[in-house]
Design a protein around this ligand. Structure first.
Ligand code: AP5
Length: 190
């Protein structure tokens, strides 16, 4: 199985690149942000609780997202592999993911981190917020809070994969196709 963690701050291009990667490598895209937004649009209790945190740019509790990923792994037993986008976002989530994959005789092939500076992230997210109405893209203050949350809780997850020699970072600035090509060069070594 090919199991990729696509990593990077809000607006780094994880979702954009995941769409291209699932097509090329025939993988299942698991985005915890997308799953949470789907719960919100269905009006579930989980969605309503998550929305309060997401709208403030804060992380949803680990047990909630770990449970969601566990369900998705169980319901895609025949998959060639997965792209994890926006997950794991804490070291506890990374450890839980390893445990879940072990039960399926599998493991993470590698983490690829997209590196983009804060100014570019803010510009991309404000533009997307204007077009999509996504509430957590609506103003610079919430975007900055998401970046602070990323730097304090999520950035340390990179060390978890560096310690296992499973970490590669690539430049996330350039055209979507240029970045995709850099990612594929790395994925083809897994
Ligand atoms: P989530 O949905 O995961 O949001 P995020 O990490 O903030 O990432 P984004 O979707 O904003 O950015 P992206 O890197 O996917 O970039 P994209 O390709 O869209 O999470 C939202 C919230 O849910 C979190 O804040 C948290 O509350 C909660 N949550 C989710 N997962 C969780 C977890 N595991 N634990 C706890 N809480 C969790 O691109 C962004 C924009 O840039 C687009 O408009 C795109 O068109 C544009 N763009 C992309 N590539 C380029 C390029 N090369 N050049 C120019 N523009 C580009």
């Amino acid at each position: 199985m090919l199991n990729l963690v696509l990593f990077g701050p809000p607006g780094a291009g994880k979702g954009t690149q995941s769409e291209k990667l699932i097509d090329k490598y025939k993988l299942i895209h698991l985005s915890t942000g997308d799953i949470l937004r789907s719960e919100i649009s269905l009006g579930t209790e989980l969605g309503l609780e998550a929305k309060k945190l997401m709208d403030q740019g804060l992380l949803v509790p680990d047990e909630v997202v770990i449970g969601m990923i566990s369900n998705k792994l169980d319901s895609n037993k025949d998959a060639n592999g997965f792209i994890f986008d926006g997950f794991p976002r804490t070291v506890a989530q990374a450890e839980a993911l390893d445990s879940l994959l072990v039960t399926k005789s599998s493991s993470i092939s590698g983490m690829i981190a997209l590196v983009v500076n804060d100014e570019e992230l803010e510009k991309r997210l404000l533009n997307r917020g204007k077009a999509s109405g996504r509430p957590d893209d609506a103003n610079p203050e919430i975007i900055r809070k998401r970046i602070v949350e990323y730097n304090s809780k999520t950035a340390p997850v990179a060390n978890y994969y560096k310690d296992q020699n499973k970490f590669t970072s690539i430049n996330g600035i350039g055209t979507v196709d240029e970045i995709f090509s850099s990612i594929c060069t790395v994925v083809d070594t897994f």
